[in-house]
Design a protein around this ligand. Structure first.
Ligand code: NAD
Length: 487
């Protein structure tokens, strides 16, 4: 049987590579190779740059209103194709269709709609200088690069391309080699909507293709989503040509359950923030701090709901709410963390094993796992696992829990559950994290800026400020009187 091939998408169409190099893409729920990608070689890379230059010229010359209208057509098309695109995401990632069909494409599309509508509102300023005056123009940067992780492939491609394209830039996007299809589908939608060829190109491959983007002299900015370690390499490489960078990196986020919290809601938050997308979410609240007075009640409901309400299986089955790990390698990595947790003295309350659910017997599943008897210095409490592994810790007072919650080099998200509104705001203002939730967990609408404190990132995605990160300000000074010169 011949394996289907996915080619790089350059200048409005698929482009074959010359090297013949390919990478296999595996459906994590079945362990089968579903297709292979052609790795971008020299021919593909030069075509990507050349067409992006031409695309940028055409796109940036349009008015913001014209660009906005075209992007809104893409929005309509993405909504029409929602279920088809969601199903590709499920095949690539192993996540449940019941998530992908209402979150992944939807939240990606919302960002394009948000920035398309925002584009024509961008204005410069002018100031009188007593006769002379100056004005400023918000100009696009040029060619930007987007590099994506594998957990929310189409959403990440949308979140990066939306502000970039709305502001008049071109983008060359490299999806994760493990989940490349969504970005190519998005590129096709942009073309169908009328975005000029070359404005959104997709190059395929692994880290070396990403690395090429980070040091190419004609690329002005890199927006990266992935691990902290890779982020460091990307920044180092981008420094050689002084590129602007946006970094969306990992987390080890705290959820604090105070003694007056609604316990059922707190359990919902903890489960959403650890088991949604089988734990492969950057903002996960993998450190759950529970006040010692409500610990027993919290744990008993948490274990009961984890044992009874999670259904794994074929992720395309709409009743399934828990999917497979992205790869066998990642499954093993998560299992190694679980072993380390046991070794260091934590107790597995439930889960802790791999398993083969009916309907997806060969998939890379790890049971939803809850650790108790955790201490702050354990590896599972300190490092990002990126799997369905929750560590529950107890605390006695507010000051103590704030200090412990902040005792991490990461700072992506944080949250708390309480009925006391003054405490809610007092505590949240002291937590060192870019994305904070009170009495909820996980919502990330296009209107709200998201990004990390400390090692979790630089810059923000979504929200009004993200558009600014894709423009540069040009100041124009106008001389109205004769120029005086001593020469
Ligand atoms: P990763 O860092 O391994 O890879 C991310 C991307 O970078 C991939 O496309 C990869 O091919 C590419 N890459 C690898 N080496 C590179 C290099 N030297 N130069 C340029 N590109 C390179 O991350 P992953 O395993 O795909 O994703 C999981 C990580 O992403 C987790 O740490 C998670 O927390 C993080 N994440 C963060 C956010 C956020 O918004 N903060 C969102 C999703 C995922």
């Amino acid at each position: 049987m011949t394996i289907p091939r996915l080619q790089n998408f350059i200048n409005g169409q698929s482009l074959a590579n010359e090297s013949g190099e390919t990478i296999e893409v595996i459906n994590p729920a079945t362990g089968e190779v579903i297709y292979e990608i052609e790795v971008a070689d020299e021919k593909v890379k030069s075509a990507a740059i050349e067409s992006a230059q031409a695309g940028f010229k055409q796109w940036s010359a349009m008015t913001a209103m014209e660009r906005s209208r075209i992007l809104l057509k893409a929005v309509a098309l993405l909504r029409e194709k929602n279920d088809e695109l969601a199903s590709y995401e499920v095949l690539d990632t192993g996540k449940p269709m019941q998530e992908a069909n209402c979150v992944d494409v939807v939240t990606g599309t919302d960002a394009i709609e948000f920035f398309a509508n925002l584009a024509p509102t961008q204005v410069g300023q002018q100031q009188d200088l007593g006769g002379d005056f100056y004005y400023t123009r918000k100009e696009p940067l040029g060619i930007c690069a987007g590099i994506g992780a594998w957990n929310y492939p189409i959403q990440i491609a949308c979140w990066k391309s939306a502000p970039a394209l709305a502001a008049g830039n071109a983008m060359i996007f490299k999806p994760s080699e493990e989940t490349p299809r969504g970005a190519v589908e998005l590129a096709k939608v942009f073309i169908e909507a009328g975005v000029p060829a070359g404005v959104f190109n997709v190059v395929l491959g692994a880290g070396d293709v990403g690395q090429w983007l980070t040091h190419h002299e004609l690329i002005e900015k890199v927006s990266f989503t992935g691990e902290v370690g890779t982020g460091r390499k990307v920044m180092e490489s981008a420094a050689s040509t002084l590129k602007d960078v946006t970094m969306e990196l990992g987390g080890k986020s705290p959820l604090i359950v105070f003694e007056d919290a609604d316990i059922s809601q707190s359990v919902s938050a903890a489960m959403l923030g650890n088991f949604y997308t089988q734990g492969e979410v950057c903002t996960n609240c993998t450190r759950v701090f529970v006040h010692e007075s409500v610990y027993e009640q919290f744990i008993s409901e948490l274990v009961e709901r984890t044992k009874n309400n999670i259904k794994a299986g074929d992720p395309q089955d709409l009743s399934v709410n828990f999917g497979a790990m992205i790869s066998q390698k990642h499954q093993q990595l998560v299992m190694d963390y679980i072993a380390k947790g046991k070794e260091e003295g934590a107790t597995v309350l439930t889960g802790g094993n791999t398993f083969s659910p009916a309907g997806a017997e060969n998939g890379y599943f790890v049971e939803p796992t809850i650790f108790t008897d955790c201490t702050d210095d354990m590896t599972i409490v300190k490092e990002e696992i990126f799997g369905p592994v929750m560590s529950v810790l107890t605390f006695k007072d507010e000051e103590e829990v704030i200090r412990r919650a902040n005792d991490t080099p990461l700072g992506l998200a944080a949250g708390l559950m309480t009925q006391n509104i003054t405490r809610a705001h007092r505590v949240i203002h002291q937590l060192e994290a870019g994305i904070c939730w009170i009495n909820t967990w996980g919502a990330s609408p296009a209107e709200m800026p998201v990004g990390g404190y400390k090692l979790s990132g630089i810059g923000r995605e979504n929200g009004i400020e993200a558009l600014n990160q894709y423009t540069q300000t040009k100041s124009v000074y106008m001389g109205m009187v004769e120029l005086e010169s001593p020469f």
